[in-house]
Ligand binder design. Structure first.
Ligand SMILES: [Zn+2]
Ligand SMILES: [Zn+2]
Length: 260
């Protein structure tokens, strides 16, 4: 399988994943043109995308979904609640491209499983994609690291996990009080620290490639997220580079291209 983060962060998210026969996007939260450009940059053609899976209806995840579906006739998959939540924002979609997905669906040789995540949206979802004995999981926009999320991502080969903010930067930063409270709540976003502790709970014999993503532009720095997570892993005797291979998903360009 191939994993590439096209965009990851509070300003827009889109992840490309392919198998031998299928190519899909998880979210298309940037303008269509930006996503087309990012795909070309990694040597992929938007015409060949077989499906777009949507995690939830917040604009940083759906901005380009409608336009890409209309332009390239791409089916859009998500659960019924998210469909209701985003229907207006993504505009007219051809009937045959509206795919309501409850728990699992197959796109050629990729089996996709949906799981619930704790976030303040209508029916927020994480996804696991399985093909050829390998598993790629996407878990961002998490208020906390739930048992359900943990169970679903435990045996991932590649995992995109949220490392959204530094708690101190958020607390003393410019956001209004209500927004700070929302982000820190159980249906907000995962902090660098919470992300580090979450990883300590999913270390197994199988080496995992973990990509830290969905960083806040205002309340985080890539270097800080990486250092906070690595310090927690080191303190817990987890060998970064052996047990876990850790990379960062960039906010504004394709990054963490991984082939397994
Ligand atoms: Zn969100
Ligand atoms: Zn988001």
């Amino acid at each position: 399988m191939v994993f590439s983060s096209l965009y990851s962060g509070s300003s827009g998210n889109s992840i490309f994943i392919s198998s031998d026969n299928a190519k899909v996007l998880i979210d298309a939260g940037m303008p269509g043109k930006s996503i087309e450009g990012a795909l070309r940059e990694i040597g992929e053609r938007p015409e060949e995308i077989d499906a777009i899976f949507v995690t939830h209806e917040h604009s940083d995840h759906i901005k380009g979904v409608g336009i890409l579906s209309r332009k390239y006739n791409i089916p859009i998959y998500t659960n019924e609640l998210t469909w209701k939540g985003m229907a207006k924002a993504i505009g007219n979609i051809k009937e045959h491209n509206i795919k309501i997905m409850d728990t699992a669906v197959s796109i050629k040789d990729i089996d996709v499983e949906r799981f619930d995540i704790p976030h303040d949206a209508a029916g927020p979802s994480g996804y696991s994609l399985l093909s050829g004995g390998k598993k790629v999981c996407i878990a961002t926009d998490l208020g906390y690291f739930s048992e359900d999320v943990k169970r679903n991502i435990m045996d991932a080969d590649i995992l995109l996990l949220e490392s959204n903010h530094d708690v101190e930067m958020l607390k003393f930063g410019p956001y209004p009080y209500e927004l700070k409270r929302r982000i820190l709540s159980d249906i907000g976003h995962l902090s660098n620290e919470a992300c580090g502790y979450a990883i300590t709970e999913i270390v197994t014999d199988k080496q995992k490639r973990i990509v830290l993503g969905h960083l806040s532009n205002t309340n985080n720095y890539p270097e800080l997220a990486y250092a906070t997570v690595t310090n927690i892993l080191n303190d817990n005797k987890i060998n970064v580079g052996k047990d876990i291979i850790l990379t960062m998903a960039d906010r504004s360009k394709p990054s963490s291209y991984i082939k397994i």
